[in-house]
Design a protein around this ligand. Sequence first.
Ligand SMILES: Cc1cc2nc3c(=O)[nH]c(=O)nc-3n(C[C@H](O)[C@H](O)[C@H](O)COP(=O)(O)O)c2cc1C
Length: 139
Amino acid sequence: MPSLLHIDTSIRRTSSTTRELSSYFADEWRRDRPDAVYTYRDLAVEPIPHLTSAVRDYIMNPDGDHGATAEERAHVDAVAAEVRNAPIVLLGIPMYNYTIPSTLKAWIDYLVSPTAMVAVGAETGPLRPTEEISSEGSR
Ligand SMILES: Cc1cc2nc3c(=O)[nH]c(=O)nc-3n(C[C@H](O)[C@H](O)[C@H](O)COP(=O)(O)O)c2cc1C
């Protein structure tokens, strides 16, 4: 079953170049795949909290003595499951101060883990090419 995870990060709700581009891609992709699974996450509206030591301990060893709250664990599990279940990840990313929005960095910090993405000792995991739509300056 084709599946697309679409993530927007622009702080602008209107007149956003990246939102316009990513929604155009998503609409075209879905038009050709009416039965596809589509998941949308808006990190500007519902940001992932910044990484903490407790959350990192949970990411590295979910069964260990981590101290992460149920809400924090739910965020980690949801982010990892969304990426694992979507063969295509579409990211709308404006450039902010020569880098990605901090909301996307927080999402990456919650996502990237040996346990969820790449098995310990393995050289590769389910990480794969990503469709990225970025925007900077007046472009
Ligand atoms: C906080 C902030 C920082 C930005 N920093 C840069 C930058 O370092 N370089 C750049 O070329 N554009 C920068 N821009 C411009 C945005 O990348 C540009 O307006 C982009 O189109 C915004 O995406 P959006 O239209 O989807 O909101 C910045 C904009 C904001 C709001």
